[in-house]
Design a protein around this ligand. Sequence first.
Ligand SMILES: [Zn+2]
Ligand SMILES: [Zn+2]
Length: 176
Amino acid sequence: MAESLNDIFLVAFVFMAVVIAAFWLAIVIWASRDMRMRSRDPLVPILVGILVFLLNLPGLLIYVLLRPRETLSEIYERSLEEEALLQEIEERPSCPGCSQRVQRDWQACPHCHHRLKKACAHCGYLLELPWNICPHCASSQINPTSDGSIPTSSRHVQPAEPAPIDARWVASQELD
Ligand SMILES: [Zn+2]
Ligand SMILES: [Zn+2]
C-alpha cells in the first residue's frame, strides 16, 4: 500500500516537474521572441532569454516592465504615417499668384482671383490650365476662345483630328 502511494507521489512529482519545465521554457522563448520584435540587436533577445531563464517569473516581470514600448514594426508604421503626413503638407498646392495655400479642386484663388484650374468642357473634371485633353473623358479641350483665337498652349495638338477613342472605354467611363 505504501509502495503504491509512493508511486503515485512520484508520478505526480514528475508530472509537475515536466509542466513547470515546459512553462519555464515557454516564458523564456516568449520573452526572447518578444524582444526580437523590439530590437535589431541579435544579442539582446539572448540576454533577455538568459535573464528570464535565471529569474523565471520575476525575470519575466522585470522584462515586461523594462522592454522597449514599441515593436520594430510599430516604429516602422509610425514613421510611414509621419512621412505621409509630411508629404501631404508639402504637396498642398499654393497659388502661383499670391502663394497662399489653395485646395486641389479650386478653379480660382479666392485671395487674388488667380486662375488655377479649368473645368473640362465635356465632363467637368478639373484640368491644369495648359492641358489640351481631358485625362478623364479624353475629350479635346481646344475650343475657340471668346475672341475667336486659339489659346497659345494648343499649338502642339491637331484640333481637326482628335485621337480615336474606344467606344466601349468611353461608355465604361460614363457609368461613374
Ligand atoms: Zn492667389
Ligand atoms: Zn473631361
